[in-house]
Design a binder for this molecule. Sequence first.
Ligand SMILES: N[C@@H](CCC(=O)N[C@@H](CS)C(=O)NCC(=O)O)C(=O)O
Length: 101
Amino acid sequence: MGLELYLDLLSQPCRAAYIFAKKNRIPFELRTVDLLKGQQVSKHFSKLNSLRKVPVLKDDDFVLTERLHGCRVQEKDAEPWRVGEGPDSNRCARHDSNIQA
Ligand SMILES: N[C@@H](CCC(=O)N[C@@H](CS)C(=O)NCC(=O)O)C(=O)O
C-alpha cells in the first residue's frame, strides 16, 4: 500500500496537505473522513490518530498526524520535482508560509 491521506476537504489544514500533494504530483490514496458525520471518532480512525483530528498521513506502518510534518514527509517524495532547483531560501519561506497558513 502506498501513501494514504486521511482528509476532509472542508478542513483548511487538509486542503493544504491535499494541494501540496497534488501540486507536487505525489501519488496518494484519498481516504475521506467526513467530520460532519463524526467519522473522526470512529474506532478505525481513532486507532490511527487518538486525537481524532485530520489530516493524517499514513505510509505503511508510518503514521503522521500534523499537517506540517506531513508536508515535510511528502517533500521527500517530491524530490524529482525539485532536482536542479538548488536551495532557495525565499522559495522555502514561501512554501512554509503556504503550508502553515
Ligand atoms: N494542528 C493540526 C490541526 C488539526 C485540526 O485541528 N483538525 C481539525 C479540522 S481543521 C479536526 O480534525 N477536527 C475534528 C474534531 O475536532 O473533531 C494540523 O495542522 O494538522
